[in-house]
Design a protein around this ligand. Structure first.
Ligand code: BTN
Length: 259
C-alpha cells in the first residue's frame, strides 16, 4: 500500500479546490487528494475561471505546512507535475510562478499545458493547510478562442497525437507531490537547505530563468531579463533603466525577442 493518500475520484464536481476546502471546513483534518473527470466551476489564478471539460486532469491536494511558507507547496506541485508529464511528452517546463509549458517542436512557440493554484486555509482549522490544485490538458482537443493576451493552450493529445491515461497520471502526480511535500516538511534538515533544494530543482526545470519577460503586477508592467529567483521565490529581473527589480507576483510573459 502507498504511504501517501491516493486521490479520491469524482465524476463531476464544481471545483476540486472548493471540494477539499469544504472537507477541511467539515472537520476532515487529514492530508487528502481528489481528482475529477470534469469541473463545472473550475478556478484559476487571479480570480479567473478554469474551463474544465472531460479529458482534462483536475486534482487538488491539501497538506499541513510544518515550518514552511505555504507558497513552497505550489512550486513543489509544479515539480511533481513536470516530472510525471515529461514521461508522456518532451520539452515540458515550468514558467514562473505556476504554469506548465510545452513546446511542440524545437524552437516552436511555448504553449500552456497546465496551471497550478495554491491557497492557504488558516484560522478555521486547528492548524493551517495549503490546498494545491493542478489543472492540465491531457486528452483535451483545444479549440482556439481569443488568445491575444494569453499564452496559447495545448494538451498532451495535441502534442503527441494520442490519448493518455488520466487516472494513472493523477495518481502519479499525487504521489510525487506528496513525496516533495514530505521532503519540504522534514524538519531534520535546516529550513534554508530545504528551501535551497526546492529552488535548485525548480530552476533546473524552468524555462523562465534567463529569459526576457514582461510581468504584469499591480502597477506598471516590468520588463527585464530573469536572473533567477530570490529566497522567497520572487523573480529577480535585470531591467534596462531601473537596475535589478524584484517581482513578488503577477502574470509573467516570456518575450520571443531576446534583447
Ligand atoms: C491557473 O490559473 O493557471 C491555475 C489553474 C488551476 C486549476 C486547477 S484544476 C484543479 C483545481 N480546482 C480548481 O478549481 N482549480 C484548480
Amino acid at each position: 500500500m502507498s504511504e501517501y493518500p491516493l486521490p479520491q475520484y469524482l465524476d463531476q464536481v464544481d471545483s476540486t479546490h472548493t471540494h477539499i476546502k469544504q472537507q477541511l471546513l467539515d472537520g476532515n483534518y487529514t492530508e487528502q487528494a481528489v481528482w475529477a473527470k470534469e469541473q463545472t466551476a473550475g478556478r484559476g489564478r487571479l480570480g479567473r475561471t478554469w474551463l474544465s471539460p472531460q479529458g482534462g486532469l483536475y486534482i487538488s491536494l491539501c497538506t499541513t505546512l510544518s515550518d514552511c511558507p505555504p507558497t513552497w507547496f505550489g512550486f513543489a506541485m509544479g515539480l511533481a507535475a513536470q516530472r510525471v508529464l515529461s514521461e508522456y511528452a518532451p520539452r515540458i517546463t515550468l514558467k514562473w510562478p505556476n504554469d506548465l509549458l510545452a513546446q511542440s517542436a524545437e524552437n516552436a512557440e511555448e504553449q500552456k499545458l497546465g496551471g497550478i493554484l495554491a491557497e492557504l486555509v488558516s484560522g478555521i482549522t486547528p492548524e493551517p493547510y495549503a490546498i494545491i490544485g493542478l489543472g492540465a490538458n491531457i486528452n483535451t482537443q483545444i479549440t482556439l478562442t481569443d488568445t491575444t493576451n494569453a499564452i496559447p493552450p495545448t494538451s498532451l493529445y495535441e502534442l503527441t497525437h494520442s490519448e493518455h491515461p488520466v487516472q494513472a497520471i493523477a495518481e502519479a502526480i499525487t504521489r510525487e507531490a506528496f513525496r516533495e511535500f514530505t521532503r519540504l516538511k522534514n524538519t531534520g534538515m535546516p529550513l534554508s537547505e530545504r528551501r535551497d533544494l526546492l529552488l535548485q530543482k525548480w530552476e533546473s526545470v524552468s524555462s523562465t530563468i534567463g529569459k526576457h519577460v514582461r510581468v504584469h503586477a499591480h502597477g506598471q508592467p516590468v520588463q527585464g531579463k530573469v536572473l533567477g529567483l530570490t529566497e522567497d521565490f520572487a523573480l529577480r529581473l535585470e531591467t534596462v533603466h531601473q537596475g535589478i527589480q524584484i517581482v513578488q507576483a503577477g502574470d509573467c510573459f516570456h518575450l520571443r525577442v531576446q534583447h
